[in-house]
Write a new protein. Structure first.
Length: 370
């Protein structure tokens, strides 16, 4: 066709050319011609398959060779390969590679993280890498704690809680008597351990959550609310504690009974007769009674310079106790069980203070009584 146009010196208008020969149409026709050729080749392949009776997948026809996965560390294939799925493994491998200065491993990691590259590995190869990094770390840290590498992967809050639980267990073993812990004291110890492990204390530690964590990790620990405090103890110690409380109550009652008997024996074994003077009031009561009241008011201990002020109060109380003490308990009369009880005091226990009070009342009320 081209030689014919040249021989006849063919010419045409541009508008006429665009009507019959359009650039877009020419491209579509060329593409359609290519598609027809590909379909013809496909039909030939299908005919060959039908003649042989073996079906070849289209994917197998397009990719005749497959690349088998290999280990990221040893570059060897295997059937037990595992794929990296977490960033924790990727970060730890990067730290180990930087610690070992493995140029080949660092070059592989420079292409992208192990999750994006779909890296696969043998479990034994990964463990060998960890062991090598651990040995290098322990050799470099000669002066440090050999457990720092292991503890660096554990949360500081968990370490602080573990030390509090260790303190509780040590007290349980070392002390023979039942141990009772206050939640506030354990929480204070927990906060000190958090500061030790460089855990920031941005907000106050929640006491209830801390208590729940203790009860979860110590199954034999139980808590009891006592007012505003929360007490923690072991279940096996509750019965022993209750028994000791009962025994202590009985022993206290017996001690009070012996103290009362001792004081009453000294009160009734001594006698005082008024000789017309109120200056010798310190001789009116036995020393045992005055010392007991002094310790009751001031507390046991070494007396100081201001103790004489309180001793006057103790002497007055001792005189009233001695004046109102009776050998036998008096009962109201049978005809008047609810009436007033008449008490007759012994002249031998009449101390100066009641006599002074009686004289003052008589001098003030004498005219009205008459």
């Amino acid at each position: 066709m081209e030689s014919t146009f040249m021989r006849h010196r063919a010419s045409w208008h541009i508008k006429c050319k665009q009507k019959f020969v359009h650039v877009t149409k020419l491209g579509r026709l060329s593409a359609a011609d290519t598609t027809d050729t590909a379909d013809t080749d496909t039909e030939k392949e299908l005919g060959d398959e039908q003649s042989t009776g073996v079906k070849v997948p289209r994917i197998a026809r397009s990719h005749s060779t497959q690349i088998s996965p290999v280990c990221f560390f040893c570059d060897l294939p295997g059937t037990d390969l595992r794929q990296v799925m977490t960033f924790a493994v990727n970060d730890r491998v990067c730290k180990c590679a930087a610690l070992l200065q493995d140029s080949m491993l660092l070059a592989k990691l420079a292409t992208g993280d192990m999750i994006a590259t779909e890296a696969k590995y043998h479990p034994s190869c990964l463990l060998n890498l960890y062991y090598k990094a651990g040995r290098v770390q322990s050799s470099e840290d000669d002066t440090g704690n050999p457990y720092d590498t292991l503890l660096s992967d554990i949360c500081g809050e968990s370490l602080a809680l573990a030390q509090v639980i260790a303190y509780i267990e040590d007290r349980r073993v070392s002390v023979s008597t039942p141990v009772v812990f206050k939640l506030s004291e354990l929480k204070k110890l927990y906060c000190e351990q958090l500061v030790r492990h460089k855990v920031p204390l941005g907000t106050q530690t929640h006491s209830s959550r801390f208590k729940e964590r203790l009860l979860t990790n110590c199954p034999h620990l139980t808590c009891v609310s006592h007012g505003r405090d929360v007490l923690l103890t072991f279940e096996q110690h509750i019965g022993v504690a209750l028994q000791q409380v009962t025994e202590h109550t009985d022993s206290d009652a017996v001690s009070l009974m012996h103290a009362a008997k001792l004081l009453r024996s000294h009160i009734f074994s001594s006698s005082y007769h008024f000789n017309g003077s109120l200056t010798d009031s310190d001789k009116a009561v036995p020393p045992v009674l005055s010392n007991f009241v002094t310790m009751l008011l001031e507390g046991p201990g070494v007396p100081d310079e201001s103790s004489h002020i309180c001793s006057e109060a103790a002497l007055s109380v001792s005189q009233l106790v001695m004046f109102n003490a009776v050998k036998r308990r008096r009962h109201p009369p049978a005809d008047k069980p609810q009436g007033p009880l008449t008490v007759r005091h012994c002249s031998g226990t009449e101390t100066p203070l009641p006599i002074y009070i009686g004289l003052m009342l008589h001098s003030a009320m004498r005219k009205k009584i008459c």
